[in-house]
Design a protein around this ligand. Structure first.
Ligand SMILES: Cc1cc2nc3c(=O)[nH]c(=O)nc-3n(C[C@H](O)[C@H](O)[C@H](O)COP(=O)(O)OP(=O)(O)OC[C@H]3O[C@@H](n4cnc5c(N)ncnc54)[C@H](O)[C@@H]3O)c2cc1C
Length: 471
């Protein structure tokens, strides 16, 4: 169906001003934040801006009866082409459907529509002394719908886990337009083990099984205090060892971040005033909770880590914490400064490995960088083995771009070899599905069978997450 006819049909379901079919409008939806999207043009045939479950249901009924692909989209901050129309069809832009329907304080939960931005939700919850713990770096952009679909998390996943741990139930519009509520139709209980856990099935399903239109999420009491310890290491091996020492002492920090020597160098070039000490690694431990507990844990961490580190500083002073955090805060932007006129790309950027193999992963990624002739900067959430690698390349140099793709492939394969995953946070989308069989074995085929059962026409976000071929 051509773009104009498709738009005309969609205007029978939604007000005309919420159906976009102009070529410029559609082009605006042809990219997300991924490296892959820079070199490919995935222009949808139409874009719709639904504002109700009934509208989404109408679109899905139309799409399934005409076999038109549908791709849900939040803020487009994904790194994997997940929200792009790689097979054409309709993009469902849910970002404007952003109401916080209810904060049910007495039941410690909230109900939101998919387009609510993560940062705004937490600002709103702060008024009630509550928070939604998953904390992606894209907090000011990403939507709760996108977070649920990608099972996002962030640096505090070490203590609080990922989005999946906070989703109590979902309203989902299925590919045929029917609407289901997972987690109990009228349920407001925090515990519920009845039935198959469909909520978990949809969390992390990256839009391939249905459209998430309402989210019942668990909220937690906001911690009253926070503190930070920064430790500087002369040996990379000592950093993960120090993390284990802290765990073995019975302390679970809210975050444990690492900057290796490449990241330290990048930060100091980008913002010389931050002036991080030259070292093989810097660890930043964050502790949260009640003031007395935070103080005790922070001092204990400093005492433990001192045995392996060149220096450790512990503080609960707000300004000093902000100072200590600055290097970590800017590292993603700083990476590109290692090579003038070059860009940091998101490719192979997100592997996770067992804690026992973090050092090996960091070393081998550096070796791979040398092998492929690509500058890499390493940092990440060492507390749960989630390594962020920032390749820095000249995007105008096509030969270098090809080498960067080779590097990303090698990093993904390294993650699997080390007993980890190709993605700890950002998801699979259209850039990591080629590793699905290597990573999941026969379970990848079971995922395919679930998809076939729920979406026999393969209209929901085709070409994503599952091993390619045979769809
Ligand atoms: C600077 C930066 C920092 C980042 N930091 C982190 C981080 O710390 N942790 C992390 O996990 N990620 C991070 N990301 C990646 C990204 O922000 C997350 O994956 C985020 O959850 C995506 O949300 P979004 O609203 O942008 O979704 P989109 O990118 O629009 O979509 C992502 C996927 O979700 C699907 N989807 C979106 N909404 C729905 C819906 N309502 N129903 C069904 N499917 C849907 C899409 O089809 C797509 O497959 C970062 C990205 C950037 C650019």
């Amino acid at each position: 169906m051509d773009s104009q006819r498709l738009a005309d049909e969609l205007k029978k379901i939604l007000p005309a001003e919420r159906v976009l079919a102009g070529s410029l409008d559609r082009k605006m939806y042809s990219y997300d934040s991924s490296f892959h999207a820079r070199f490919n043009s995935f222009i949808p045939d139409a874009v719709v801006l639904p504002r109700s479950t009934a509208e989404v249901s109408g679109i899905m009924r139309f799409a399934s009866s005409h076999n038109v692909p549908v791709v849900p989209r939040g803020a487009g901050s994904g790194e994997t082409c997940g929200c792009l129309a790689t097979s054409g069809g309709i993009v469902l832009d849910l970002s404007g459907w952003d109401t916080i329907d209810e904060v049910d304080v007495s039941n410690m939960q909230a109900f939101v529509r998919p387009g609510v931005v993560h940062y705004r939700l937490n600002e709103h919850l702060a008024d009630f002394g509550l928070f939604f713990p998953p904390d992606p770096g894209s907090t000011r952009m990403c939507t709760i719908g996108g977070m649920v679909a990608n099972n996002s998390s962030g640096l505090r996943a070490v203590k609080y886990g990922a989005t999946e741990q906070y989703i109590l139930g979902l309203e989902v519009v299925m590919p045929d337009g029917s609407v289901i509520i997972t987690g109990g139709v009228n349920c407001r209980a925090l515990k519920n083990v009845s039935g198959l856990n469909l909520t978990k099935l949809f969390v992390g399903s990256e839009g391939i099984l249905g459209v998430i239109t309402r989210i019942r999420l668990r909220v937690w009491p906001r911690p009253k205090a926070r503190g930070i310890a920064m430790a500087v290491f002369d040996s990379l091996d000592e950093a993960p060892a120090a993390v284990l020492d802290v765990y073995q002492s019975g302390i679970l920090p809210s975050g444990i971040e690492i900057l290796d020597s490449s990241a330290i160098q990048a930060v100091n070039i980008y913002k010389p005033e931050i002036n991080l000490p030259a070292a093989e690694a810097i660890l930043i431990f964050e502790v949260d909770g009640n003031p007395a507990g935070v103080e005790w844990e922070g001092l204990k961490i400093a005492e433990i880590v001192k045995k392996r580190a060149r220096s450790v500083e512990w503080t609960t002073d707000k300004d000093r914490m902000a100072d200590l955090w600055r290097g970590r805060g800017v590292v993603a932007m700083a990476a590109a400064r290692l090579r003038p006129e070059c860009s940091r790309i998101f490719a192979g950027e997100d592997i996770s490995v067992p804690l026992s193999r973090v050092t090996e992963a960091l070393r081998r990624i550096k070796d791979l960088g040398r092998e492929f002739g690509i500058t890499v900067v390493n940092y990440g959430h060492i507390g749960d083995g989630n390594v962020h690698t920032a390749p820095v390349i000249n995007l105008e140099n096509s030969e270098e771009v090809e080498r960067a793709k080779g590097l990303a492939d090698a990093i993904h394969r390294l993650a699997i070899e080390l007993g980890g995953s190709t993605t700890g946070e950002h998801g699979v989308g259209a850039v990591r599905n080629q590793y699905a069989l290597a990573e999941h074995g026969e379970a990848a085929n079971v995922m395919k069978r679930i998809k076939e059962a729920l979406d026999p026409g393969n209209i929901m976000n085709p070409g994503k997450l599952l091993p390619p071929g045979g769809e």
